[in-house]
Design a protein around this ligand. Structure first.
Ligand code: NAD
Length: 493
């Protein structure tokens, strides 16, 4: 597919090594099912080796000046930009993201994350706390130690940076398990880490299956924190596995984002935003706007325009320049997404658009699903469960109270969007949404300085910004008696 040789081995202690068990995992192109690579299958024993390497590297990395840690992250950002085209193609080939998206979003945002955390490394200050006279109390932010990072398949390159950036800036070392489906960009990144001089063992990457390598990482007694992005169900098993040594956890789990269009919305913007919210990356985004909630006064007009737009989205080869939606990332996931069509119909839902694979024979071997729009009752399974595909439900509301009740009417709480010209309504709703993120007259915006994460079944803890730095450090409170006259114990009579 590209001129570069794909890296297919584990990265442990600064070297590319075979898996102890000698097994491999096939990595396939979701566009046509062709074999891209057979990647070494990391198992529990490999995770153990990687944790040992990370433990050995930790003291020196933690003692490295914060500015120097930052400098390495800057260099990594530079290297990513220098290889931007290659990384974009690799990510598109492995995941199915349209090349336009990986070029304009995934790769630049990845570089931006490393650069942001490179910059924050020596600006994340401790504090001096005003306490009783005669005492100095200060707080140091110390790295936790070895961090386990478990990443899903929907944005592998980007999510890797969201975890590695703050973890490394704060002085931790890392063992990362990418998704077994899409490990290629993460392994390529390891080669760039070697090039920029990241010390051996500071980052270790063990691709492998979740039930084996992932579960070992979540349970490993030498790991101080696990940062997990993935499904709510797996998140629960990570919580259970982490109990042995009371790991710190940060969980970015599923979502069922509401996209609320009020009667006074700019419909042109709302239609375009709603389409981006659900069809970007084929809807495989935890922050996808997968529930359209429309005020009944504008529902018909909105839907006409939305369906017209969705029906003309160019679905096809992710590497073709005009493609707006590529394949889903795996055949199993495509089948799962399509299975929700029957789930919708069984509960009285009406398929307004799509619901099938495209008819184009050129796409028959790929994991394609057409943009799908379903009218459904808010209580229906398709309005409650995460489909994680180009599949959006439509329901209507009569007033602001009902809109809020519907928006907050799932167990998830990651992100939500709202479209209105009324400033007071916007702020009222933003405050009342039970989510970690709200977008007003926009959708799915993210930035490395802005906290990212959810509430409820969408998890806890935050990525990005100073919140992330707090999550990758332990505060240590140091008390110093600076007045010799103060007795160490109360005076005895
Ligand atoms: P998943 O939970 O199946 O897998 C996520 C990762 O966990 C993979 O690397 C997998 O191998 C690993 N894993 C699986 N079983 C494990 C176990 N028992 N112990 C440890 N690790 C294990 O999720 P997925 O299908 O890869 O990704 C899709 C899900 O991720 C969706 O639910 C989506 O909403 C969620 N997601 C959330 C966010 C967020 O920031 N909130 C972002 C992206 C994706």
């Amino acid at each position: 597919m590209t001129a570069i040789a794909l890296q297919d081995r584990l990265f442990i202690g600064g070297e590319f090594v075979d898996a102890v068990g000698g097994g491999t995992v096939e990595v396939r192109n979701p566009h046509d099912g062709s074999l891209l690579a057979e990647v070494a299958e990391g198992q529990a024993a490999d995770v153990d080796r990687a944790v040992e390497a990370a433990q050995r590297a930790f003291p020196a990395w933690a003692a490295t000046a914060a500015a120097e840690r930052g400098r390495v992250l800057f260099q990594l950002a530079d290297a990513i930009e220098a290889h931007a085209d290659e990384l974009a193609r690799l990510e598109s080939t492995d995941t199915g993201h349209p090349l336009k998206d990986t070029t304009l979003l995934d790769v630049p945002r990845t570089a931006a994350a490393y650069r942001y955390f490179g910059g924050i490394a020596d600006k994340f200050e401790g504090s001096v706390v005003p306490v009783d006279a005669g005492f100095l109390n200060y707080v140091r932010h110390e790295p936790i130690g070895v961090v386990g990072a478990i990443v899903p398949w929907n944005f592998p390159l980007l999510f890797t940076s969201w975890k590695l950036g703050p973890a490394l800036a704060a002085g931790n070392t890392v063992v990362m398990k990418p998704s077994e489906l899409v490990p290629l960009s993460t392994l390529r990144l390891c080669e760039l880490m070697v090039e920029v001089g990241l010390p051996p063992g500071v980052v270790n990457v063990v691709p492998g299956y979740g039930h084996d390598a992932g579960a070992r990482l979540a349970a490993h007694p030498g790991v101080g924190k696990v940062s997990f992005t993935g499904s709510t169900r797996t998140g629960r098993s990570v919580v259970e596995a982490s109990a042995g040594n009371l790991k710190r956890l940060q969980l970015e789990l599923g979502g069922k984002g509401a996209n609320v269009v009020y009667a006074d919305a700019d419909l042109e913007a709302a239609v375009n935003g709603a389409a981006f919210g659900i069809f970007h990356n084929q809807g495989q985004a935890c922050i996808a706007g997968s529930r359209l909630l429309l005020h009944e006064a504008v529902a018909d007009e909105f839907l006409d325009r939305f369906l017209a737009l969705a029906g003309t989205i160019r679905v096809g080869d992710p590497l073709a320049p005009g493609t707006e939606m590529g394949p889903l990332t795996s055949p199993e996931h495509r089948d799962r997404v399509l299975s929700f069509v029957k789930v919708a119909e069984d509960e009285g839902g009406e398929i307004l658009l799509g619901g099938t694979a495209p008819a184009d024979p050129a796409l028959a071997a790929g994991c394609y699903v057409l943009p799908t729009v379903v009218r459904a009752e808010p209580s229906a399974r398709v309005c409650q469960e995460e489909v994680f595909g180009p599949f959006v439900t439509v329901s209507t509301f009569a007033d602001d109270d009902e809109a809020l009740a519907l928006a907050n009417g799932t167990d998830y709480g990651l992100g939500g969007s709202l479209w209105t010209r009324d400033l007071a309504r916007a702020h009222r709703a933003a405050a009342a949404f039970r989510t970690g993120m709200v977008w007003v007259n926009c959708t799915k915006r993210v930035g490395p300085g802005s906290p990212f994460g959810g509430v409820g079944q969408s998890g806890y803890g935050r990525e990005m910004g100073f919140e992330a730095m707090r999550g990758y450090t332990e505060p240590k409170s140091v008390w110093v008696n600076v007045d010799a006259a103060i007795p160490a114990w109360y005076p005895r009579s």
